[in-house]
Structures are given as structure tokens and as C-alpha cells.
Design a protein around this ligand. Structure first.
Ligand SMILES: C[S@@+](CC[C@H](N)C(=O)[O-])C[C@H]1O[C@@H](n2cnc3c(N)ncnc32)[C@H](O)[C@@H]1O
Length: 198
């Protein structure tokens, strides 16, 4: 068995044992521990939240004083008192209105693990994923508090610099990272952005 396969199986087994809905949970745990992205009492939005691993992790970090709002084209039932989930296509023209109606006010943290349906054509998947990410970034002035943080999944490719430059112009600190639970052969990376300038 290849090392990458063994690592994938390790996280899948660990998620099952520890009751997480997805192995993606460990990516968020690692990045929150490293960068202090989410604090107790925070309000958090999670775009592309199904099946719900990140919702479970964020729920623990914000505690009962905080709230987590998850959005996905797929329905998610999570059964946690501080987590609220909604069906939404982030590409729909009324996406921002729907988010504002569900969240009622600005949040401290925006998470996005959005992945389009993978076609296998690398350039196409990259462009589609970046398009979803830019839709999230466009919402920041309406949904993210000044001083807030974000975590955005991106697929590597030529548009990465465009995203990086946009983020650098609106956040105090911007890091590009690959958590150890992310498969080596996957082209995904994560932008961790701290302190939104507003
Ligand atoms: C990698 S999964 C997220 C895993 C999640 N972070 C977890 O911990 O379980 C990516 C999600 O993005 C969602 N997605 C893709 N396109 C979307 C869109 N246009 N609007 C909303 N969600 C979308 C998919 O339905 C999928 O559930």
C-alpha cells in the first residue's frame, strides 16, 4: 500500500472511530489549532458544509455561546443545538440575500470547503472551483465582521494568484497551506486569512 493511501485510510478510520461525518474534520482541527481561526462564542458560516465534518468541529470550538450556519446544495442534518443548516447554491443570483436572511448580521469567521463536481479535466475543475471561491469572497463586505477570519479551499492553477492578491488586499495576514489530512495527490490548498480589514 502506498504511503498516501495508508494516510487516507488512517484519517477515514479515525473519523469513523471519533464520530466525525468526514475525514475533512481533521483539516479544520489542524488549521484551527495552528492559526486560532475560531474562538469560543464566534458566529461562523460554513459554505459547502455537507456531509458536516467541519460543522461538528466548528460547533465544538464556538461552544454554546456561538453559532454555526452551514450552506450546501445538499441537505445536511446534524442535530447540534448551535448549528443551523440551509440548502443553497452559492452560484444562484439570490445567494447573498438568502445568506443574509439566514444569518441576520455579520459573522466572525467564514469557512469554505466548496468543491464543484469534478470533471477530471484539471483546467475546468480549477476554473469552476475558483469561481465558487470568488463568489464567497464577494460576499465578505456584507457578511464578515471587521477583524474576522476566513478559511478557503482552492484548487491549484493559474487563477490562484488572482485569489491571493484579492485576499491580501482585504486581510492583514494571508497564508497558503496544505493540512496533513489533505490527500497529497489532490490539488487542493487552503488560504487562511486573519483579520479582515473591512
Ligand atoms: C469537500 S465537500 C465539503 C466537506 C465538508 N467540509 C465536511 O467537512 O464534511 C464540498 C461540498 O461543496 C458543495 N458544493 C459544491 N458546489 C456548491 C454550490 N454551488 N453551492 C453550495 N455548495 C456547493 C458540495 O455539495 C459538497 O458537499
Amino acid at each position: 500500500m502506498k504511503l498516501s493511501q495508508a494516510r487516507r485510510d488512517f484519517y477515514r478510520r479515525k473519523a469513523k472511530e471519533e464520530g466525525y461525518k468526514s475525514r475533512a474534520a481533521y483539516k479544520l482541527i489542524e488549521l484551527v489549532k495552528k492559526y486560532g481561526l475560531i474562538r469560543a462564542g464566534d458566529y461562523v458560516i460554513d459554505f459547502g458544509c455537507a456531509p458536516g465534518g467541519w460543522l461538528q468541529v466548528a460547533s465544538k470550538y464556538v461552544g454554546l455561546e456561538g453559532k454555526v450556519f452551514g450552506f450546501d446544495i445538499k441537505a445536511v442534518k446534524i442535530g447540534l443545538p448551535n448549528v443551523f443548516t440551509y440548502i443553497l447554491d452559492i452560484s444562484s443570483p439570490d445567494a447573498l440575500d438568502v445568506v443574509k436572511r439566514c444569518v441576520l448580521g455579520e459573522v466572525n469567521v467564514v469557512l469554505s470547503d466548496l468543491s464543484p463536481n469534478i470533471s477530471g479535466v484539471w483546467e475546468v475543475d480549477h476554473a469552476k472551483q475558483i469561481d465558487l471561491t470568488l463568489k464567497v469572497i464577494e460576499m465578505f463586505p456584507n457578511i464578515l465582521k471587521q477583524g474576522g477570519n476566513c478559511l478557503l479551499k482552492v484548487f491549484q492553477g493559474p487563477y490562484l494568484d488572482l485569489v491571493r492578491n484579492r485576499l491580501k488586499s482585504i486581510f492583514d495576514e494571508v497564508y497558503l497551506t496544505k493540512p496533513s489530512a489533505s490527500r497529497k495527490e489532490s490539488s487542493e490548498l487552503y488560504f487562511v486569512c486573519l483579520s479582515y480589514l473591512g
